[in-house]
Design a protein around this ligand. Structure first.
Ligand code: ADP
Ligand code: MG
Length: 261
């Protein structure tokens, strides 16, 4: 009996040691990947500030000179939009790296969240039109609170663009309202829906309920949404049935009282 136990332990020990070594190597590989993403995001982001400033000052110069040929005016406006878009992507990449390394810091600011949401919805309308979808927003004219503006923007952009992407051309209904000392943001679509099993995993990084062939994506958007909402003391939930559409509900405290002077 004792012999058997000893033989079994002797057999297993090298396997455990090998597994330990493999886990350590995998940890190192994940850390190297995270560091690479962080460095790459910084490297891509850094030259963009002077580039954006140059494009914007050229845009202003063309406004001052009435005789600037139209192709130059419209070309510069397009460059301005493209560079701003690129800046946003780099910032989102930086946030992902900060969220995964735990170094993300909330930038509290007095914010009209209704105006902020209207801006996000307006910005996504051309994308929705191309996808054959309408976005409907029900929100008060203004709704004051303290939030991290970029975080709220990213949350709304991710949820609304998902609703367009997976909404199978059904209208996307976005609503914002006060609920006591919270603000409630709901994003609803009538699209492909999500099974109960998939609902349990889609908030984890790289988890998706569709294949890359069906819809491109990395499966990071909802993870970012969940992390950002939690960083502001809030929550995000989904309610959905396969083929019946989905509603994503974000709840955030309206006031955190943590604004630096
Ligand atoms: N509105 C939605 N309707 C149906 N499925 C959705 C919706 N939003 C998200 N999903 C599912 O959750 C997964 C994770 O979403 P997300 O993290 O935003 O990643 P991505 O959009 O890059 O796939 C998606 O791949 C999709 O399967
Ligand atoms: Mg997404």
């Amino acid at each position: 009996m004792t012999n058997c136990a000893n033989i079994a332990a002797a057999d297993v020990l090298p396997t455990i040691a090998a597994l330990r070594q493999e886990v350590a190597q995998l940890r190192e590989a994940v850390q190297a990947r995270d560091e690479f993403i962080s460095v790459a995001a910084h490297e891509l982001r850094n030259p963009l500030t002077p580039l954006l400033m140059t494009v914007q000052s050229m845009c202003r110069a063309t406004e001052r000179h009435a005789g600037t040929p139209e192709p130059i005016v419209s070309g510069l406006a397009r460059m301005d939009r493209v560079v701003q878009h690129y800046v946003k992507r780099c910032d989102a990449m930086l946030d992902i790296s900060r969220l995964s390394s735990g170094t993300f810091r909330v930038e509290w600011a007095e914010t009209d969240i209704a105006g902020l949401l209207r801006g996000v919805v307006e910005g996504l309308k051309p994308y929705a039109e191309r996808a054959g979808t309408a976005i409907d927003l029900a929100a008060p004219d203004t709704l004051a609170g303290t939030y991290d503006e970029l975080a709220v923007q990213q949350i709304a952009e991710n949820l609304v663009s998902n609703a367009v992407k997976y909404g199978a051309k059904t209208p996307v209904i976005v609503s914002l309202r006060e609920e006591q000392d919270m603000v409630a943001l709901d994003v609803r679509d009538g699209g492909i829906g999500i099974s109960a099993a998939d609902q349990a995993r889609i908030f984890s990084p790289f988890e998706r309920a569709v294949s890359r062939q069906q819809q491109p994506g990395f499966g990071l958007g909802l993870w970012v949404v969940g992390r950002l909402a939690a960083a502001m003391g809030g929550t995000v939930q989904v309610s959905s049935d396969l083929g019946q559409g989905s509603t994503f509900s974000v709840r955030l405290p309206r006031y955190r009282g943590a604004i630096p002077a």
